[in-house]
Design a protein around this ligand. Sequence first.
Ligand SMILES: Nc1ncnc2c1ncn2[C@@H]1O[C@H](COP(=O)(O)OP(=O)(O)OP(=O)(O)O)[C@@H](O)[C@H]1O
Ligand SMILES: [Mg+2]
Length: 414
Amino acid sequence: MASSAPKDYSPFTPGQPVPVDFFVGRSAEVARLRDAVREAATGKLRTVFLTGERGIGKSSLASFVKFLAEQEEGALAAHVLLGGVSSLEEVVRTVFDRLLKDSLGKAWQERVKNFFGKHVREVGLFGVTVEFSASAEDLQRAVRDFVPALDELARRMSDQRKVILLVLDDINGLASSVAFADWLKSKVDEIATSGSGLPLCLILVGLEERRETLIASQPSLSRVFTLVEIRPWTAEETAEFFKSTFEKAGTSIDDPELMFLSHFTGGLPVLAHEIGDQVFRIDKDSHIDSDDAAAGLVAAADIVGRKYLEPAVLHAIRSPRYRTILEKLADQLPVSFTRKDLAGKLDSQEEQVLDNFLRRMKKFGVLRPEPEVGPGAYRFDNVLHRLYIRLASAKKKPVARHPPTEEERSPSTS
Ligand SMILES: Nc1ncnc2c1ncn2[C@@H]1O[C@H](COP(=O)(O)OP(=O)(O)OP(=O)(O)O)[C@@H](O)[C@H]1O
Ligand SMILES: [Mg+2]
């Protein structure tokens, strides 16, 4: 029904891991992670590094797998956010705290509380939440005795929970810590050599460059972790995401608008949520038509620019002098390209400023040279920048009411 009041509700959740009911796609990755949990339940340590671009859905996938592991694999699970954590004591404290908090409301809550015993503190006005607290000395001991502690926890829970799943997410501050890398390696070795059959599945989550930093400080870690890389959604997955999320809020959308919106996400879930959210709010009659889609994109471009781009990058990208070059670059060339490819798309005026353009974009971290690929090779340092340029130029583009082109069908690889 038509209504002119702005909507105060949206099924899109930009910036938050997606609720389980709204989770879309990723079936291959879900299966791999679930297999890892199952194998761990047989007493084999499994360690996975889950990686992918910013906003691709690492935390959402981890949280979905955690839900499945608890429901269907009998896991005692904790999704531990380690952003801002840099010491080993703090890692261990945060892990124990999460194990405790994530068990609240579950049938095994009391068991976990009993295990942590005097270290459980009731907090909040009515003691509605709990916290793991320990002295500095106890924490130092816990860093050392982390494996025996998990062994004991697994043993005590074994009639109710078959496997422990620890997701260590946002390890950014720790990745460059040699102490963390060494600790991780020594714990993995300790589990392997103790022969206790600790049923543990450990999933580390972070950007690819963090994984590389971690391995640089402790090269044997590269053999320890199975790599699971999350890729952009395919055009089909993106369209499915929009269709099902709009439908859950009683809103319909047709194929041309679906293809149009999908094109601008480049398969990046974080962008899909920002775009969907704006389109949903602009729509007034629970049907997304081409005007809603176009106006939503324009609004989303603004928000994405402000929320996700560094001011210096935004400034460089908005430079009127380079705008047409950027648009050609973002629209007609892949994430990785060469100076020659780009020059081939430019008119003579644009070509004159090309070297200045490349220097400036390099300086602001928009483009990164790729000497390993060859001379004159570049790539977008962050795919979001490329997608933002497309989004910001969307004003001029009508919704395509034609069969999808090859590029529209696979926006993520274009
Ligand atoms: N499979 C999915 N289905 C639906 N929405 C998703 C999915 N994966 C991610 N999202 C959405 O995309 C956005 C980014 O997801 P998420 O925070 O999980 O990404 P991330 O890779 O962990 O990002 P960061 O690198 O910033 O930690 C969120 O708004 C989330 O709701
Ligand atoms: Mg995340």
